[in-house]
Design a protein around this ligand. Sequence first.
Ligand code: IPE
Ligand code: IPE
Ligand code: MG
Length: 279
Amino acid sequence: MDPVPGPGVSMGGPLSGRRGPVASAPMSSSTSLPPGFPAGVDPERVPRHIAAVMDGNGRWAKQQGRKRTEGHAAGEEALFDAVEGCLDLGVEWFTVYAFSTENWRRPADEVRYLMHFNESLLLRRRDELNDRNVRILFAGRRDWRVPRRILKRMDESMALTEDNDGLTLTIAFNYGGRAEIVDAVQAIVESGVPAGKVDEAMISAHLYNPDTPDPDLMIRTSGEHRISNYLLWQLAYAELTFPDVLWPDFGVDHFDAALSDFAGRQRRFGAAPMEVVPQ
Ligand code: IPE
Ligand code: IPE
Ligand code: MG
């Protein structure tokens, strides 16, 4: 197994992001962007909740002639740049797919690495997230497969940040969309509710984090055009983007491009398109 940096050793950059001092967007007489707001992103149309499938770490490593696990380590910087992007632009919720219920199928060494890596990441970065007013949540099954030490780190990280009211960063860990729906249905059946009373609101209320709004935008890197069991219930009306970049290379420009793409989408939620009123 590859070594994972211990507490206090940061592999990614500090939470100042790759954005650096944001070039001031050009001001026009009719519009003025908030200071530091990147040009090309519409401040009126920033998604409230972004969900990301951080995919392509293995391929990135292969491209570099390195081990898959080094790709996961390299993904940390991209994650924290994306967190920084959310903080900069006022995104309220950011949910990232860190480990799926299907990822246990990977070689034991890689699974072990990912467990240690995620634990180490929490230890190394949670104070910084706390300082930035980020609340940390988790979504996923807390089953026997997740080492108890990691569950402890998760609980500590949530407790440390529970009063923060900036960005909510939800880490989907041992997460599967189908498992989440099964868990919700089991809880409902156990509560003895008659079948006729089960409705969408009740299922939503039994998901892992019932207070989290549905994602507005889902970003999956790596060029794969699939959901891979992510937030199956919650993504019902999300806008989907599939930037053709491997996760460790996903930088602030890709983040801004995804938001700019989102701003151009017309969301309908099943209704007829909005009438365009002629000027
Ligand atoms: C995503 O990258 C990270 C996890 C699933 C933990 P991958 O490891 O799936 O990378 P690829 O898809 O093999 O390139
Ligand atoms: C989804 O990516 C899971 C995470 C990013 C954690 P995968 O790499 O596991 O998905 P598939 O196997 O390509 O569908
Ligand atoms: Mg993958």
